[in-house]
Ligand binder design. Structure first.
Ligand code: MEV
Length: 427
């Protein structure tokens, strides 16, 4: 049994020892070779979360080439899902030959919320709005550093939530290159007592809103429909089918969620690679998809003349500093690889990647389907399971495909003879 008494306070290496010596003779004994032995990553894990016992290695791929706003970039993507990096790269390459992707973003404004209850009514809204200068002044010291970086106070609003008789006060802050959660939560907590004094109510809770409606980025492209031909379909027909598929995602919520999941395949892989808050980004995206009541596909496509146009817009609260961003060495490397963009710049790259990912998925879905690409991945996995490593993985998966080997047992048996032949040749 793990001794929980000191577990939290113990250093990571001692914690690992206490877990692995849990039941030394038990064959289910924890094997820490799967949770990493890199000493510096162990120390890093210790300072990033509580009760760390190791770290998990997710593959990091580099997708590209992409032309985004006239600049060629390659995009780091951390994902456990096969075909995602390949699909993004396919669409990136295709669009790069046709002018690339153009992006835009809003200022990075986030909202802090304070909820008050008690002896309140609709008139409390006016009390708060009439006190906006006092509230702004009260937050000056908390916002000083952000103001010096060009961000800070952007406004205040109040709403009466009639069913629960709650007053919701929201304060908008421009958070520049950070995600903003820490600052927004500090703002929300700092202003609590003042709002109680102003309204005579009592604060129920104070925290940022992850909705991020004022922090959007968009991406668009225009491509000659002829360039989209695939699997026996000509380009125009493929483009038409893509438009119809995206329309279905705007009308059928069951399809919309899968459509958007595909978009998030790209965006979340970039978020993870750069150490960003994947849950905040995911939550904001899905709330945006449902902003009109019905859950909608996030992208739109249309045809004008011979051109297919695609556009994607969503909240993208990406940061380039704060938390794990710029702290974790992988995050630092990925940001450098992207040319060290600012926060909105990284959000725009994410929008471009999401749109490219969506185009690749739709094109595959309306043509040959998405399973074809999975077969070569399956062969690579069989090769790995059979014992192939390093350059033997692609070499032996070619054997698996050409000999149509399907089971792990058959692959293992074949690998034994193939490996012998290869060693004899090279030895
Ligand atoms: C798979 O991870 C993502 C797709 O299902 C997205 C979509 O259906 O649009 C291919």
């Amino acid at each position: 049994m793990i001794s929980w008494k000191n577990f939290r306070k113990e250093p990571v290496r001692r914690r690992r020892k206490s877990v692995s010596s849990d039941s030394p003779n038990d064959e289910k004994r924890t094997d820490f070779s799967f949770t990493g032995f890199d000493e510096s990553l162990l120390d890093l894990s210790e300072v990033m979360i509580e009760q760390a016992i190791g770290y998990v290695g997710i593959p990091l791929g580099l997708a590209g080439p992409f032309i985004v706003d006239g600049r060629e970039i390659s995009i780091p993507m951390a994902t456990e899902e096969p075909s995602v990096v390949a699909a993004a790269s396919f669409a990136g390459r295709l669009l790069s030959k046709h002018g690339g992707i153009i992006t835009q973003s809003t200022e990075p404004v986030m909202t802090a919320q304070v909820f008050l209850e008690g002896n309140l009514d609709l008139s409390s809204v006016k009390k708060v709005l009439d006190s906006r200068s006092d509230i702004k002044r009260h937050l000056q010291s908390t916002l000083e550093s952000m103001e010096s970086r060009g961000g800070g106070w952007r406004g205040i609003n109040a709403r009466w939530i009639a069913p629960s008789k709650t007053l919701a006060v929201s304060i908008q802050i421009d958070v520049r290159d950070s995600m903003g959660a820490n600052l927004l939560n500090s703002v929300a907590e700092k202003v609590r007592p003042l709002l109680e004094r102003i309204t005579g109510g009592e604060v129920l809770m104070a925290v940022l809103s992850n909705r991020s409606l004022d922090r959007t980025a968009s991406a668009r492209f225009s491509i000659s429909a002829c360039a989209l031909g695939n699997a026996g379909l000509n380009g125009k027909e493929t483009a038409n089918r893509i438009v119809r598929a995206a329309r279905v995602a705007r009308e059928d919520p069951d399809r919309a969620i899968t459509h958007n999941k595909g978009i998030m395949n790209g965006i979340i892989a970039l978020a993870l690679a750069t150490g960003n808050d994947t849950r905040a980004i995911e939550a904001a995206a899905h709330s945006y998809a449902a902003r009109y009541g019905l859950y909608n596909g996030l992208s739109q496509y249309w045809i004008e003349g011979d051109m297919l146009h695609g556009v994607l817009e969503l909240p993208l609260p990406f940061a380039v500093t704060g938390g794990a961003v710029g702290f974790h060495p992988a995050s630092r490397w990925c940001l450098k690889q992207l040319g060290n963009p600012d926060g909105p710049g990284l959000s725009r790259i994410a929008a471009a990647l999401g749109l490219a990912q969506n185009l690749a998925a739709l094109r595959a879905l309306v043509c040959e389907g998405i399973q074809k690409g999975h077969m070569s991945f399956h062969a690579r996995r069989l090769a790995y399971n059979a014992g192939a490593r390093d350059s033997y993985i692609p070499a032996f998966s070619a054997v698996i495909r050409s000999e149509n080997i399907r089971s792990r047992e058959a692959a293992t048996e074949r690998f034994a003879t193939w490996n012998k032949e290869m060693n004899a040749e090279t030895g």
